[in-house]
Design a protein around this ligand. Structure first.
Ligand code: SAM
Length: 207
């Protein structure tokens, strides 16, 4: 899929589907919040949620007192929706509209979070760009948390082919630039009462 086709696809999704009409809707991002807790991510950490869309992670992190949150998404419409929902609180967040494969970070981050965006990259070139950008953008002690559909999960999301990962294949994909700290599997229940199995892995950056 070209960058332009990707952009058009996601703008269309966010302009035509309501918050609860998308399979990834998750009012409480439990697994992601548990990661923040288990790694004791400081409230001052610079966090980026890649492909954050209009997810509730930013809302939850603001409530917990996180002070430096960036949400990046390819879709302007997704970001506008999140901003409207948050109202004045949205000013506490840095918003970036960009395709992650073209992202040129202007600062470093301490924590890179991605739930269900990385798995849309299906070519070696795009995957390599993503991993290099994540490596380059993270501070020395930076952590990376990636959630993808597992090998037992769906093969498509929002009508697009995804690349599923097991714990082993996700760890292999991010080596040697990142090393595994922990992985888990969880089942997301969609608003349509269907199940989607995810692989979530947390990594530290290697030099
Ligand atoms: C399945 S949704 C997940 C949204 C959010 N992370 C969540 O968990 O609710 C995938 C998101 O990734 C964004 N996305 C897809 N491809 C992207 C890319 N190449 N660069 C940046 N964002 C992308 C989409 O616009 C969408 O918001």
């Amino acid at each position: 899929m070209t960058e332009e086709a990707r952009k058009n696809h996601w703008e269309h999704i966010y302009k035509t589907k309501a918050l609860t009409e998308v399979s990834w809707y998750e009012p409480i991002p439990k697994t992601s919040l548990e990661t923040f807790k288990s790694f004791q991510i400081p409230k001052t950490a610079k966090i980026i949620d890649v492909g954050g869309g209009d997810s509730f992670l930013a809302d939850s992190l603001l409530k917990q007192g996180y002070q430096n949150i960036t949400v990046l998404d390819i879709s302007q419409a997704a970001i506008l929706r999140a901003q409207q929902r948050l109202g004045p609180l949205s000013q506490k967040i840095n918003w970036i509209v960009s395709d992650i494969t073209a992202f040129k970070p202007k600062e470093t981050y301490d924590f890179w979070h991605d739930r269900a965006a990385f798995h849309f990259l299906n070519t070696k070139t795009d995957i390599e760009k993503y991993i290099k950008t994540a490596h380059h953008s993270l501070s020395e002690q930076g952590l990376l948390s990636i959630g993808t559909f597992s090998e037992n999960g769906p093969k498509k999301c929002s009508g697009i082919n995804i690349t599923p990962y097991s714990e082993i294949s996700l760890v292999e994909q991010f080596a040697p630039l990142f090393s595994k700290m922990s992985c888990s599997t969880y089942t997301h229940i969609t608003p349509f009462n269907t199940k989607q199995e995810f692989t979530f892995c947390n990594f530290k950056k290697n030099k």
